[in-house]
Design a binder for this molecule. Structure first.
Ligand code: FDA
Length: 398
C-alpha cells in the first residue's frame, strides 16, 4: 500500500507528528510494534504525565549541539501544547519548577493524541513488526519501502519516532539508531540518563543502612553542570531522587564520569556556620541534625573522620568540615542502566539533521523526531516538550 508519510513509533513524538501531517492532508500510516500505544506516556509522572514545563529553553537540554533544539522549541512551544490540553478539557496543575501534570490520568494525553490522529485520518498498523526498510532508488515519488508483518508499505516520507533505549520492557529498541546507520547517518553513542547512580562498595557499605533516607541538597557535576536543588535519596545501591537523576545526565555526558558534588547546606556557608559553634559542647552530629536527618548526620560524621563535641575541634578543622558539607564529593561507580533510566542520552547526530525540518540533510524524505535524536531534556516535562516540538516540526514538512 502507498502513503505519503509513514511514521514508525506511536509514542509522544510519532503521534503528534502523524496528526500534524494528516491535518495537512497527507495520507499517513502510523506503525508501532507494541500491543498498547503510548506506554511511556501512561507511566510518566507517576501516572499523571508531566507533559511540559512553563519555562522551556535550550539550556534545559543536553546535546552535542546545544543550539539544535532552538528552532523547534520556538515554533511549537509549551503554550501550544497547553492550548491542546485545555481545548480537550484536561485538568492540570503546576508543581515545583514550573512542571505541569494532569490532575487525573496520563491516559487523557494518550486519548488526545489518538483523537487528533483519528481526526486527521491517520491509518494505524499496530501491533505491527517492521522487518526491513529500504530506500528506493530513482526519481519516483515513493522513496521508502517498509516490510512488516502486515505487508509491504511504500511512502514518500519516512519519520522515525522510535524513541531511545530506556526501559526495554516497555518496548524500547535500538531500531532508530540502526536505521540511521543504514542510511549513513552518524549516531552519538547512547547512554542511560536521568538514572539512579551506583556507589562503589566502600561508600555503599557506609551509606546503605540509610536506604530510604532523603536529604534536600544541591547537586552539581564539575566542571560546568548547572546546579539542581531538590532531594537526594539514599538507596540500597547508591543514590537517587530528582537532584541525582538530573546530575546523572551530566555525569554521563561526554563520558567524564568524575565526582558528583553535593551541597548538603544549600544557601548556607558551612565553614562559617560550624566555626560559629566552636564553643558548643554538643556533638558535631547533633548540630548537623538541626539541618539534616539525624541518621544521615551520624553517618556523614563517621565518613568525615569522627563525631566529637564541637569544643574539641580546632576552628580551622570546623571550617574544613563546614566546607566539606558544602562540597561533599562522591564518585559513583556506574548507573542502574536502561532498566531504571527515564531517558537516553545520545542518539542520531544532530549534525546530520536540519534543525528547521528534522529531515536528514543527505537523505531527502527521512526524518527523525523525539528521543531517538541526540537531544536529552532535564527532568521536569522537558523531554515530552522536545517530543511535541520535534514531532510538530516534522509534521509540517514530511
Ligand atoms: P517513545 O518512547 O514515547 O515512543 C517510541 C515508540 O516507538 C513506542 O511506542 C515504541 O513501542 C515504538 N517502537 C520502538 N521500537 C520500535 C520498532 N522497532 N518498531 C516499531 N515501533 C517501535 N518525560 C517527561 O517529559 N515527563 C515525564 O513525566 C516523564 N516521565 C517518564 C517516566 C518514565 C518511567 C520514563 C521511562 C520516561 C519518562 N519521560 C518523561 C520521558 C519520556 O517518556 C520520553 O522522553 C518520551 O516518551 C519520548 O518520546 P518519543 O516519542 O521519542 O519515544
Amino acid at each position: 500500500m502507498r502513503f505519503d508519510v509513514i511514521v514508525i513509533g506511536a509514542g509522544a513524538a510519532g503521534m503528534l507528528c502523524a496528526a500534524e501531517a494528516g491535518a495537512r492532508g497527507r495520507r499517513v500510516l502510523l506503525i508501532d510494534h507494541a500491543a498498547r500505544i503510548g506506554e511511556r506516556i501512561r507511566v510518566s509522572g507517576g501516572g499523571r504525565c508531566n507533559f511540559t514545563n512553563r519555562e522551556v529553553a535550550p539550556g534545559h537540554y543536553l546535546s552535542r549541539n546545544p543550539h539544535f533544539v532552538r528552532s523547534a522549541l520556538a515554533r511549537f512551544t509549551p503554550w501550544d501544547f497547553i492550548a491542546r490540553v485545555e481545548r480537550q478539557g484536561i485538568a492540570y496543575h503546576e508543581r515545583d519548577h514550573g512542571q505541569l501534570f494532569c490532575d487525573d490520568s496520563a491516559q487523557a494525553i494518550i486519548d488526545l493524541l489518538r483523537q487528533d490522529c483519528d481526526g486527521a485520518g491517520v491509518r494505524w498498523a499496530q501491533p505491527c513488526k517492521v522487518h526491513a526498510v529500504r530506500g528506493l532508488d530513482g526519481s519516483g515519488v515513493e522513496r521508502f519501502e517498509v516490510d512488516t508483518d502486515q505487508g509491504r508499505f511504500r511512502g514518500m516520507s519516512l519519520v522515525v519516532a522510535t524513541g531511545g533505549l530506556a526501559v526495554p520492557k516497555m518496548g524500547a529498541t535500538p531500531f532508530g539508531y540502526r536505521l540511521a546507520e543504514q542510511f549513513g547517518l552518524p549516531v552519538v553513542p547512547p547512554m542511560a540518563a536521568l538514572v539512579p547512580l551506583v556507589l562503589p562498595p566502600d561508600l555503599l557499605a557506609a551509606l546503605k543502612p540509610l536506604s530510604g533516607v532523603s536529604v534536600e541538597a544541591m547537586t552539581r557535576v564539575p566542571p560546568s553542570s548547572p546546579a539542581f536543588q531538590e532531594s537526594v535519596l539514599l538507596t540500597h545501591r547508591g543514590l537517587s531522587g530528582p537532584a541525582i537523576l538530573q546530575a546523572s545526565s551530566y555525569w554521563q555526558f561526554g563520558g567524564a564520569r568524575g565526582p558528583v558534588r553535593i551541597d548538603l547546606l544549600p544557601g548556607e556557608d558551612g565553614a562559617r556556620w560550624l566555626a560559629g559553634q566552636q564553643r558548643s559542647r554538643a556533638l558535631l552530629s547533633t548540630l548537623l541534625s538541626e539541618r539534616l536527618p539525624r541518621r544521615f548526620a551520624q553517618a556523614w560524621c563517621t565518613l568525615a573522620g569522627g563525631d566529637r563535641p564541637l569544643d574539641t575541634y580546632a576552628r580551622r578543622d570546623l571550617e574544613a568540615l563546614g566546607e566539606r558539607l558544602n562540597t561533599w564529593s562522591l564518585t559513583p561507580s556506574g548507573t542502574l542502566g536502561y532498566a531504571k533510566a527515564e531517558v537516553t542520552l545520545g542518539g542520531v547526530d544532530t549534525d546530520a539533521l536540519s534543525s528547521r525540518t528534522l529531515e536528514a540533510r543527505e537523505v531527502p524524505g527521512l526524518y527523525f523526531v523525539g528521543e531517538v535524536v541526540d537531544v536529552t531534556g532535564w527532568l521536569g516535562g522537558y523531554n515530552f516538550q522536545w517530543a511535541w516540538s520535534s514531532g510538530w516540526v516534522a509534521g509540517q514538512f514530511a
